[in-house]
Design a protein around this ligand. Structure first.
Ligand SMILES: Nc1ncnc2c1ncn2[C@@H]1O[C@H](COP(=O)(O)OP(=O)(O)O)[C@@H](O)[C@H]1O
Ligand SMILES: [Mg+2]
Length: 313
């Protein structure tokens, strides 16, 4: 292991499955102490990237180092040093919470007083101390994720790879899970976490937006928001599709996105366009509940980027 400030260094990593290019010449650097979010839709290649970096699967081409170890030639060193929570983490459903923790402690050779202390710490921070005798199968989805995380942290790794730890978990458990990640981060851990949820970008120090096997853009959440062209008007209306057509036809409108009964209209100049848009909607008889200027989110930045890229090809 090294004391280098660089924890992950990937250089043109690719992974193919037959004709499918899951990861396409991806380069990435993660520094010690970051919470790096790999964010993108299903099929973007997040799981494959994490498998390559966790050294559980070799790349088709390219190279990477994790904590200074080569993913091809020093896979075992990497697996011992890092914490890795795969997307489908295999807890033992028939084992209790404490039995699962003991199982992983055996696997990572954490023994004696150290084991005792580590399990007590993990039970406390994951708030599972009251449930030690419950079988994993009988835990809620959110608690299973927390147990999986606790198991992945049994050997106190300083670098943690988490693959979609909050997918399919209710919003409260998601928030709680992120609070746990934040406290690990405060304690000095480096975290690389994948998620399909754009709102989770806000909790990362840096984000890689993944699409079709590549990192389309990599920046801080603020930096990504600044990539969104122009300004944003939020329009609430019961007639979204009609409103969308009208907005899209208005000069000065860059792009329109819909979310249920909410319309996001990207414009060059919100102050100038807002009254024109209101007028055009009124003239067409489209009722508007509210229209106001809004702050673009990382989600909008991502969609704009992808739409822009598709238009360019
Ligand atoms: N073991 C595999 N065999 C064949 N195709 C795979 C395999 N793993 C992933 N893929 C394909 O690679 C692409 C990226 O998948 P994945 O890395 O799981 O993306 P994500 O985690 O972002 O959903 C998808 O098209 C997926 O179907
Ligand atoms: Mg995945």
């Amino acid at each position: 292991m090294t004391d280098s400030p660089i924890v992950v260094e990937a250089d043109r990593l690719s992974r193919r499955f037959g004709p499918i290019v899951a990861v396409n010449e991806l380069s990435l650097t993660v520094a010690r102490g970051e919470i790096f979010g790999l964010i993108g839709p299903d099929g973007a290649g997040k799981t494959t990237v994490l498998r390559l970096l966790a050294a559980v699967m070799p790349p088709s081409s390219g190279q990477a180092r994790v904590l200074g170890f080569d993913i091809r030639h020093q896979a075992e060193r990497i697996r011992q040093a890092i914490g890795y929570m795969p997307q489908k983490f295999s807890l033992y459903a028939d084992l209790t919470v404490i039995e699962n923790l003991n199982f992983f402690a055996d696997l990572f050779n954490v023994r004696g007083a150290r084991r005792h202390q580590r399990i007590a710490e993990l039970l406390a921070f994951s708030r599972l101390a009251e449930f030690t005798e419950r079988r994993a199968a009988a835990l809620s989805g959110g608690m299973q994720k927390k147990l999986a995380l606790a198991c992945a942290l049994i050997h106190n790794p300083q670098v943690i790879f988490l693959d979609e730890p909050t997918t399919g978990v209710d919003p409260i458990s998601r928030r709680e899970f992120w609070d746990i990640l934040s406290s690990l981060h405060v304690q000095g851990a480096t975290i690389i976490v994948s998620t399909p949820y754009m709102d989770e970008a806000e909790r990362c120090s840096r984000v890689g937006l993944m699409y079709e096997g590549r990192i389309a853009e990599c920046d801080t959440p603020d930096g990504l928001r600044r990539l969104t062209p122009g300004e944003l008007l939020a329009v609430w209306t019961p007639q979204v599709m009609q409103a969308r057509r009208i907005a899209a036809a208005l000069p000065g409108v860059l792009e329109v996105q819909t979310y249920g009964d909410l319309l996001h209209v990207f414009v060059h100049d919100a102050a100038a366009i807002a009254p024109q848009l209101a007028q055009a909607l009124a003239a067409a008889g489209v009722p508007v509940t509210e229209i106001k200027r809004a702050q673009p989110r990382v989600e909008e930045a991502f969609i704009s980027l992808i739409v822009g890229r598709r238009a360019a090809t």
